[in-house]
Ligand binder design. Structure first.
Ligand code: BGC
Length: 749
């Protein structure tokens, strides 16, 4: 028998609450303050004046971000476990967005799969691989709504629609966290960025946001509420000012809405450096003021601004915050650590993540994820699928055809993931000899910033810049290759550093001289198939009018090259539908489908009423749009009741027939419009979808339920949530312009 003191918080048989209370009772003020801080874990940041991660571990800080090397993680963790008085483990966080070692398609691409179950499986693999490398916490999913394609971060989101985003975000939370955070297959998820970040003025990242109560409640809070209901462990505040108030200081948004109304009582972290930013933003007088604002707004953890560490002692001394408030700030952090099982398993096993990344099951999942998220936008005269046997030589044009980084290898800071490029995928399918390749001219950001550096740091093939003459020569070479071929597959779009954080764009055309290249390819007279690579919708209006087929492949991830070949050659029938509207031109932005009808509806009879004299109001491709090699016919739309009282439900059924010779999957979408009521409602809103496989020649009957859940909304007129007695129109079809329509009425109870 040793007479070691019994330490309750170390006893894993006790509940999280019992352990948290015990630990909290033993902590000094210094211990508590340190737990509220997340520090940068990159050693090189010492060069720019940041404290060394080893010193911070010894100080007992709560968390570190961006420690990419697992050996370093174990080293700092050992210091935290063994060289601090209470041995509280470090919580390691990083952005695991679309895969860790196995690169999956970009989030916006995954949203186009309209398949929450698939996305859940994808994030499960990411969680498993990340956890094996000692990552406990991902700063993801992004629950922002993206309605402006100029915004750099649209690709991180689930697109423009609150209903679709909610389903997908909830699936991501489930995938990352599973049922048990202590499992070696789970990591804590983080909904970000609370709230409204996607609505930055002009699509300019970081710019202020102005949103009405109605927009916040009917659109922007909705995916957050879904993630919270799914049990998300953490939430992140947004950088920007919302209605002139920075989110990190907003007691209204964080305390009243996020905590009290949406019921989030777990770990709330800031975005990087935002407490310090409150001074720059012109909101806080100094660090002390910024710290007071953030802690009073219920922020638990300071991501990398070091303001909590510096200023909280003084605030305590001045009595501006009390011990009880400090304890309430620390408590969720400790709970998260207990739930994650970090006191029992603080270290990671070296090499385990690399081994997991070899799992062929994960690779097949990556291939399926890419197949299911590539959207077929145009298919003139059914040129696709290509017939392998009659096809001669294929010209593969464009540098994205052979670029791992641009096809989605940059999934996580510091860990480049492997990607099978489209060129490799096509060569595998057709054999080396039938594929001729020319990269064409390079395109570059005209203004670089830290994102360009971040991408360059991956060390993957980013080409040297070219002079005008070199670009001209590259175009000529592409044409020469094309002329020797029977068909051209052009991979055009945007480099990896052209979308993402701090990466908004004032145009949505093909960057650099790609448009010129495309027009010259067309002039060869050969069939041209355009495969778009990139992280945002592009206004490829000329291409829609001139090329034979268009695929939006996004950044398709590890198996993207093979998945593109699977679709081009018809081994897989495309089934993805857009989660974000594609505009005809940048001037239409922000462009999204769920706008109100106005006094002068665009859809006016006998002629549509365009908002522009030089451009149609309609998009290039609407939300929900996506072609298939099958043909689906919708009929027999019927409602179980024509009238329901408030609180009652009705059932909608529709027959969907696959009239083609190919089995195919269809995303059956249901849209509603409330014709009058307390407020004016959007002319269409997605309120249901189902992805179904329909064999050739067969009919599937798809049903939806409509009730208060779908019909209630936040009313500006009434200043509360309402369900009106009113008439409704309803459409079911394969995109947001579906025309198969029914009507029903809701009466008072
Ligand atoms: C981004 C967050 C991200 C954080 C940490 C910030 O700049 O806005 O989305 O999670 O950095 O990488």
């Amino acid at each position: 028998m040793t007479n070691k003191e019994y330490i309750a918080y170390k006893n894993s048989n006790l509940t999280v609450e019992e352990r948290t209370n015990d630990l909290l009772n033993r902590m000094s003020i210094k211990d508590k303050l340190a737990q509220l801080t997340q520090v940068w874990g990159l050693e090189q940041m010492v060069n720019i004046g940041m404290p060394h991660p080893e010193d911070m571990a010894a100080h007992g800080v709560g968390s570190m971000l961006y420690v990419s090397n697992p050996e370093d993680k174990n080293k700092y963790q050992r210091i935290a476990m063994e060289n601090t008085s209470l041995g509280i483990p470090l919580l390691y966080g990083t952005d695991v967005v679309h895969g860790y070692r196995t690169a999956f398609p970009l989030p916006l691409a995954m949203a186009c799969s309209w398949d929450p179950d698939l996305l859940e499986k994808v994030q499960r693999v990411a969680a498993k691989e990340a956890r094996a490398d000692g990552i406990h916490w991902t700063f993801y999913p992004n629950a922002d709504i993206a309605r402006d394609a100029r915004w750099g971060r649209v690709g991180e989101t689930m697109g423009e629609d609150p209903y679709l985003s909610s389903k997908m975000v909830a699936a991501e939370v489930k995938g990352f966290q599973g049922d048990d955070l202590s499992s070696e297959e789970a990591i804590a998820a983080c909904l970000k960025h609370f709230v409204g970040y996607g609505a930055c003025v002009g699509g300019r990242d970081y710019e202020q946001v102005n949103l009405s109560e109605s927009e916040l409640r009917n659109i922007y809070y909705v995916p957050f509420a879904a993630g919270i209901d799914q049990g998300v462990e953490t939430v992140m505040t947004a950088y920007m000012d919302l209605n002139n108030e920075p989110l990190t200081a907003s007691q209204h948004q964080l305390k009243n809405v996020l905590r009290d109304e949406l019921g989030f009582d777990r770990l709330l972290v800031t975005d990087a450096g935002t407490i310090g930013n409150l001074i720059t933003q012109g909101n806080a007088k100094d660090g002390l003021d910024a710290t007071e604002k953030a802690i009073k707004a219920t922020v638990n953890m300071d991501m990398g601004s070091y303001q909590y560490l510096q200023n909280l002692p003084k605030l305590l001394e001045q009595g501006k915050i009390g011990m009880e408030q400090l304890d309430e700030a620390v408590r969720p952090i400790l709970r998260t650590k207990f739930k994650l099982g970090l006191f029992e398993n603080p270290y990671c096993e070296l090499g385990k993540s690399e081994a997991l990344a070899k799992d062929p099951v994960s690779h097949s999942l990556a291939r399926k994820a890419a197949q299911d998220s590539i959207v077929l936008l145009k298919n003139e005269k059914e040129i696709l699928p290509l017939k392998d046997s009659t096809l001669g030589k294929v010209a593969v044009i464009g540098r994205y055809a052979n670029s791992q980084i641009d096809c989605g290898a940059a999934t996580v800071v510091g860990v480049p993931a492997f990607v099978v490029t489209p060129l490799e995928g096509l060569k595998e399918r057709l054999g080396e000899k039938r594929v001729l390749y020319a990269p064409g001219p390079t395109s570059e950001r005209t203004i670089t910033n830290f994102i360009s550096q971040f991408i360059a740091d991956f060390g993957l093939e980013t080409p040297e810049s070219q002079t005008w003459e070199e670009q001209t020569a590259a175009i000529e070479e592409a044409i020469r290759i094309s002329e020797q071929s029977d068909i051209i597959i052009a991979f055009l779009g945007e480099n990896a550093d052209m979308s993402g954080e701090a990466t908004s764009r004032s145009e949505l055309s093909l960057p650099g001289r790609q448009q010129e290249l495309l027009e010259k390819l067309k002039e060869t007279g050969k069939p041209v198939i355009l495969v778009l690579i990139g992280g945002r919708p592009l206004a490829v209006t000329w291409a829609q009018d001139h090329v034979d087929a268009i695929l939006m492949a996004w950044q398709p991830g590890r198996e993207g090259g093979r998945a593109i070949a699977d679709i081009l050659f018809g081994d897989v029938n495309p089934s993805a539908h857009l989660a974000m509207t594609f505009p005809r031109s940048v001037g239409q932005c922000p462009l999204y489908y769920a706008t109100t009808q106005t006094h002068q509806p665009v859809e006016s009879q006998p002629q549509p009423f365009s908002r522009y004299w030089n451009e149609l109001s309609s998009p290039l491709y609407p939300f929900g749009y996506g072609l298939s090699y099958s043909n689906f016919v919708y009929s027999n739309l019927r409602l179980s009741k024509k009238t329901i009282a408030i609180g009652e439900n009705l059932t909608v059924s529709v027959d969907v027939t696959n009239t083609s010779a190919r089995d195919g999957r269809e995303v059956v979408q249901l849209y509603l419009h409330q014709r009058w009521g307390s407020d004016t409602r959007p002319s269409r809103e997605l309120k249901g979808f189902k992805k179904v496989m329909i064999p050739s020649g067969k009919t599937d009957t798809v049903t939806f339920s409509i009730g208060s859940q779908e019909l209630k909304y936040y009313s500006t007129a009434k200043q509360c949530y309402v369900q009106d007695a009113a008439a409704f129109e309803l459409w079911v079809g394969s995109d947001s312009t579906a025309d198969l329509k029914a009507e029903f009425e809701v009466t008072e109870q």
